[in-house]
Design a protein around this ligand. Sequence first.
Ligand code: FAD
Length: 448
Amino acid sequence: MHYDVIIIGAGYSGLAAALRLREAGKKFLVLEARDRVGGRVHTQQIDDHTYVDLGAAWVGPTQDRMYELLKERGITTFKTYDQGKSTLQFDAGKVKTYKGLIPPLPVGSLLTLDRAIKRINNLSKSIDPAQPWRADQAQKWDAMTLQAWLDKNLPFRKARELFKIAAESIWAADPNEFSFLHALFYARSGRDLDTLMNIENGAQEERIQGGAQRLALKMAEELGEAIKLNEVVVSIDQREDEVEVTTRTGNYWSKKVIVAIPPLLIPRITFTPELPTNQRQLFERMPMGNVFKTFAIYEKPFWRDKNLNGLAVTNNGFTTVTFDNSPEDGSRGILMGFVLANRAKQFLNLPDEERKATILDSFARLFGEESRQALQYLDHGWAGEEFSGGCYAAFMPTGVWTSLGSNIRTPFNHVHWAGTETATEWNGYMEGAVRAGERAAAEVLPFV
Ligand code: FAD
């Protein structure tokens, strides 16, 4: 029951921290609340060959640690299907298809859209992702939402709408909810806005063969009995040279603790002594996004025969962004539609049958009547998950980065902070989770 380090949470961050401690020969324990590892990454098997990623799915260039961990374990990746034309529909207007990255919008809208993206990329270069609150214009940018900036800088409605859909698909939150400084920080942390939005050369470039949870399961297998599932941590008691961690079922002791759970969930744990006030307020002010992934599974990816790539953008209906999520060999067709931000809040209130009907209606509008012939429909919302509290990740409302943000990684006596929300690179992504876990392990190693 006595360890060098106890890690709380067996998502990618906790698992990555644990592997580092194992390499260093330390005695450690990972306590995980759920009955599975992976956290916000959860692959559901449909049949022997077919699976869906209910949570995270994609990896892309510069996510180097994820690629290394995958490679070391012989897990391969494959390109996201993007051959053929994409689909666009505004309001109840005509469904249009287009090739490449430039949607069929009036020239004025396209120009302002392009200018806005370039401007955000340029402004984000002035941000140090390790301390966004230090940027020259941090106070000004943190005082406005991304939406306020868009209202000022994107005069054309269609351009603004399209940007809003893109923003919601990056943050799973309404641009009214988070600060412009946070948007700049996030873009910087993931390279730039284009990288966050795109398939090719972007964060959606590849999927993991067998599903995104496969790596987590493999890491957990290597860690063996050092992981305890169904252990909900309820209190952390710090003494001079020892920490007592209490779960709903037992007590454990260690020299150091790494907390690798979403920030919003941290204040649910009782700390003795209490969390420093500024740190507690910071965690309490980091709400999580809101997202449903919806899936329709078909005999074949029929849209590919029409030269469509399954990628659609629309502001009509609940799902605003869709992807082809079929297995690499196309042995089944899978359309995945995101329901994001405020739409996800309304979607949550619909009965199951209505959810299915409205999503299949949308797919039929975008890809043809065959969309109604789904072999199976399923969806998964993350806001209701007790041990996630929402997804994809936490965001910063106005004023939070500049008033409290500097507390984000400050150790609290023997307690150190991991989790993707503490990452400086690829914050909000699996890559950020891994890097944050490894950083927290490096912090505690000299002391154990
Ligand atoms: P988590 O995965 O949240 O792990 C925290 C763990 O702590 C959980 O297992 C939880 O059960 C456990 N826990 C919580 N409270 C307690 C407690 N009191 N005691 C013990 N254990 C506790 N990222 C990408 O890179 N690519 C994508 O395509 C992508 N898409 C996404 C799509 C969706 C729908 C979602 C939900 C997320 C997506 N993400 C994506 C984000 C990605 O999943 C996360 O950034 C990453 O998995 C976070 O890992 P983590 O270890 O920091 O946190």
